[in-house]
Ligand binder design. Structure first.
Ligand code: NAD
Length: 337
């Protein structure tokens, strides 16, 4: 699509010399976004708490560390955030507690980070920077177990875990502040995102990182259930495009958009592809109880709205994306294991 390519070329025109804050900027998606914004020559500040076992990793920004400001702070700290939001043209708001299982074991931490801190970030903007544009990272987990497929933005919200509820509240605060205080905000509801710089050392970041790690370790991969569950996967570069488009296009203000993958893929087919690329072996095993209780079965999203409104669509095939991901970890394994 021609309009799509034109939009993508405009990133540098839009972000050149602009002040950009990335919350969660040492994490997986935030650091990939930082790399792309460095190419646009934006003035980038990343804020990240580097809490143990979360996705933040200083190696994620090793190559660009001299071209960005790194602020190790917690978004729960209101004074830090009140200082950091000042003078920013854009905030890409990706800091979050991302583990669904952890949100059930420790719901209050999830509440503090994914809900209360989102409100305090918006309050900081209301008091100190009403001109900013914010793009928030929502999640398709907000929908819960789907009533129909593909899930579009009109689908009812019935999250199946604490994380989904708090992410939904965080998103709604952004849209409320857009509507009531004219603080421009957009939420992108991300689906399974994969690619370089994803945390690998344990399984709180979800099954994709577990499978990739086990494949590279030569371990047998265990797949819960019969493998027929369907997901859509978005390569991180496509997700970065969506954040940049949503930031620069005023048609995104006050809107919520799903992202999605090129096509739905069953987990068994995902593993077959991974096995073709790495020679790994796998077997099907029954679901553990704690995971079964919050499992949402098959799910994939419709990205029709963002395609029509902003011209975004995923471009990277699962095969190409996985190849890139595997070669990144083969090279940089010691920083992620
Ligand atoms: N990766 C996915 O598949 C996916 C899917 C749906 C939604 N999302 C959302 O996208 C965002 C980014 O996810 P990611 O995959 O890059 O995860 P990630 O864990 O790699 O990145 C999140 C970052 O936020 C930081 N962080 C967490 N709590 C913080 C706090 N209190 N103060 C400051 N920093 C804090 C972490 O240290 C980490 O670097 C998250 O909000 C997540 O909910 C991701």
């Amino acid at each position: 699509m021609e309009s799509l390519n034109q939009n993508y070329q405009n990133f540098k025109d839009c972000y050149f010399k602009k002040n950009v804050l990335i919350t969660g900027g040492l994490g997986f998606i935030g650091s990939n976004l930082a790399h792309r914004l460095v190419e646009c020559e934006a003035n980038i500040t990343v804020v990240d708490s580097l809490i143990d076992d979360y996705g933040g990793n200083l190696f994620n920004v090793e190559e660009i560390k001299d071209r960005i400001r790194i602020n190790i702070a917690d978004i729960r700290d209101e004074s830090s955030m009140q200082y950091l939001v000042r003078g920013q043209h854009y905030i890409f708001n990706l800091a979050g507690q991302v583990s669904h299982i952890d949100s059930m074991k420790d719901p209050y931490t999830d509440l503090e980070i994914n809900c209360r801190s989102q409100l305090s970030l918006l309050e900081a903007c209301r008091k100190f920077n009403r001109e900013v544009k914010i793009v928030f990272a929502g999640t398709r987990q907000q929908y819960g177990k789907p009533d129909y497929l593909p899930v579009d933005e009109r689908h009812l919200m019935h999250p199946t875990d604490v994380n989904g509820i708090n992410k939904l509240a965080g998103e709604m605060y952004h849209i409320l502040y857009n509507n009531v205080y004219d603080i421009r905000a957009t939420s992108l509801r991300l689906t399974n995102t994969y690619g370089p710089r994803l945390l690998m050392k344990h399984d709180r970041q979800g099954f994709v990182s577990v499978f990739i790690r086990q494949a590279l370790e030569g371990e047998e991969i265990q797949l819960f259930g019969d493998g027929s569950q369907v997901r859509d996967f978005t390569y991180v570069d496509d997700v970065v495009d969506a954040f940049l488009l949503a930031g620069m296009d005023e048609r995104a203000d006050g809107e919520v958009f799903n992202l999605g993958g090129l096509e739905p893929v069953s987990l068994l087919d995902f593993l077959k592809l991974l096995s073709e690329l790495t020679d790994c072996s796998y077997k099907l095993v029954p679901f553990p109880d704690d995971k079964k209780r919050i499992d949402i079965g098959s799910v994939y999203s419709s990205y029709y709205k963002i395609r029509m409104d902003l011209g975004w669509q995923p471009k990277v095939t699962l095969r190409d994306g996985l190849k890139e991901t595997l070669s990144f970890y083969e090279k940089h394994k010691k920083h992620y294991w």
